[in-house]
Design a protein around this ligand. Structure first.
Ligand code: UGA
Length: 409
């Protein structure tokens, strides 16, 4: 990607990631960007591989970019550099990489699996304060050398074999995804029995064996990692003859969860044909402009399929491939004349959404809070028809569930 290297050389960070620009500026003299593999590897002790591994049509990880890098290491590379695999790869990739390197006579090039656990939006802080560093090596000395690189970072270093390190990463992401799908199902049950998932999650999370994290119910997980890694682990197990039933359910729950937004809108508005719906937030989570596997995509296209007019606002994401969706520059512009607004991403800017200005701008004050960002009582008191995720259906002052105006004529 020559243009990406050019931008990095110019000191530009090509993605939106808080703190990254400052970090790069501080270390400008120590960073070099090149398209020339020899220049990159010549004086290097460590060769980090950090390329994308998107899913293929079969659901397996596409390792084209990984092999592109490993196979480009020149056969006469000096010293004993270590290939450090940061990319999320299927179990067995290390063994394959080792065999590929050996076949090209690169027996003196080491290989270590060192999965990354950074989350987008907090990647810099996550790197500086990791919960653990996992190092899977074929040769213990190689593992030690990679571990030493983390000397300034106080954390536990877990030494494993290569397949175990590879599986730690997939299992961690699959487990976090499982927690989200679990709490989303609890939210759906809450809606049926009149409980509030926010309180339920808090009560569950106070158990020190369970902990409070990744129990926020919402419209499902997205991003370039969870959907891909749930699929990759499911396929990995399937390819070995083991049907990973739990992950199938995690996946299915997540797909249905995105679509429940449409049902919530239909409950309040009836048919969505000719209705205008404003999507507030598009990125798969706040503090990123990443639209990969964002739930907003599914919601937008489901709404368009139902005949709705869809507008969207996001403070940083400006996707050019959401065909048929009108992108707006402000929240107010997005909600003006709209029959409903949906909080899709919990951007901090949306915390103040409940205001007379927004209420008056909307044709109908239907608000679906897909991230349980707002206080339902405050929203209802301000005159909105509020639908959270897994929060009890609140009645209007006259005791009825508020429904919006009748079908458009
Ligand atoms: C995730 C993991 O958290 C990182 O540890 C991992 O390194 C990374 O994937 C990766 O494999 O590279 P990330 O995808 O950046 O990080 O974002 P998360 O904060 O984990 O959120 C993922 C999705 O889950 C988002 O759509 C978010 O809205 C959703 N989510 C998260 C919930 O719906 N509920 C929660 O309680 C937490």
């Amino acid at each position: 990607m020559p243009e990406r290297i050019e931008r990095l050389r110019a000191g530009e960070v090509p993605i939106y990631e808080p703190g990254l620009q400052a970090l790069m500026e501080r270390n400008r003299d120590r960073l070099r960007f090149t398209l020339d593999v020899r220049e990159a590897v010549d004086a290097a002790d460590f060769l980090y591989v950090a390329v994308g591994t998107p899913p293929t049509y079969s659901g397996d990880a596409d390792l084209t970019a990984v092999w592109g890098v490993v196979d480009e290491i020149p056969p006469d590379v000096p010293g004993r550099p270590i290939v450090v695999m940061k990319s999320t790869v299927p179990v067995g990739t290390g063994e394959n990489a080792r065999a590929r390197l050996d076949a090209r006579g690169l027996r003196d090039v080491g290989y270590v699996s060192n999965p990354e656990f950074l989350a987008e939006g907090s990647a810099v802080a996550d790197f500086m304060h990791p919960d653990r560093v996992v190092v899977g090596a074929f040769v213990p000395e190689d593992g030690e050398r990679v571990a030493e690189l983390h000397a300034g970072i106080p954390t536990e270093i877990l030494f494993t074999d290569v397949p175990s390190a590879e599986l730690v990463k997939l299992a961690a992401n699959a487990f976090l995804s499982t927690r989200i799908s679990f709490i989303n199902e609890i939210a759906n049950v809450c809606e049926l029995v009149g409980a509030d998932v926010v309180d339920v999650a808090r009560g569950v999370g106070l158990d020190h064996r369970l902990g409070p994290h990744f129990l926020r119910a919402g419209i499902g997980f997205g991003g370039s990692c969870f959907p891909k890694d749930v699929t990759a682990l499911k396929q990995l197990a399937g390819n070995s003859g083991y049907p990973f039933l739990l992950l199938q359910a995690v996946w299915e729950v997540n797909e249905l969860q995105k679509r429940r937004v449409v049902q919530k809108l239909q409950k309040r508005l009836g048919s969505l044909r000719g209705r205008t719906v404003a999507l507030l937030g598009l990125a798969f989570k706040p503090d990123t402009d990443d639209m990969r596997e964002a739930p907003s995509r599914v919601i937008a296209y489901r709404l368009l399929a139902e005949g709705a007019d869809v507008r969207a606002w996001d403070p940083v994401a400006r996707p050019d491939d959401l065909h048929g969706v009108e992108l707006c520059d402000s929240v107010l512009e997005a909600v003006r004349g709209a029959d409903a607004a949906v909080i899709v991403t919990e951007w901090p800017e949306l915390r103040d959404l409940v205001s007379p200005e927004i209420r008056e701008a909307m044709a109908q004050p239907v608000l679906v809070d897909g991230r349980n960002l707002l206080d339902p009582d405050v929203a209802i008191a301000a005159g909105f028809v509020y639908e959270g995720i897994g929060r009890p259906g609140r009645a209007t002052p006259n005791g009825e569930l508020p429904s919006a105006r009748p079908e458009l004529g």
